[in-house]
Ligand binder design. Sequence first.
Ligand SMILES: [Zn+2]
Ligand SMILES: [Zn+2]
Length: 144
Amino acid sequence: MTALKKALSGYVAVPMTNVVIDVIEWFEEVPHDMVVRCAGCGKRLFNFKSRREFTFSGASWLSGYYVERLCPKCKRLNTIDVTATKGYPIGDSKRWVCECGGFLGKIDAPRGRIMLSCRCNHEIRVSAIDAAQAAIDDFLSIPF
Ligand SMILES: [Zn+2]
Ligand SMILES: [Zn+2]
């Protein structure tokens, strides 16, 4: 086993992408905080986190996700909201840029997807929805 494989062994591959994820927090069977790494080099790229709305009685539902990414240039933590339901965009599709001008990624709003190139040249293209689904599928595949 290579060092990279070993380092990523607890991670879940997201199908059709170049990323692996690790859920560090669940909330009511939904991944609440996912660390996303490049499957090619292991670099930590960003986190997908969920947003929840609460009713007065304390019930809650998933209202969206957001991407939390450290600017590669100035190390500021940036966040941007993305949809939890494909076809219902939150915000607009755009180039996501830090205050300092550092490039953070391209956002595809209707799919809730982020696209960027890793330092190892792997093309990263993944939605929060697909990452969460991969984590749930993986969790359900564990025999009880
Ligand atoms: Zn990489
Ligand atoms: Zn920056």
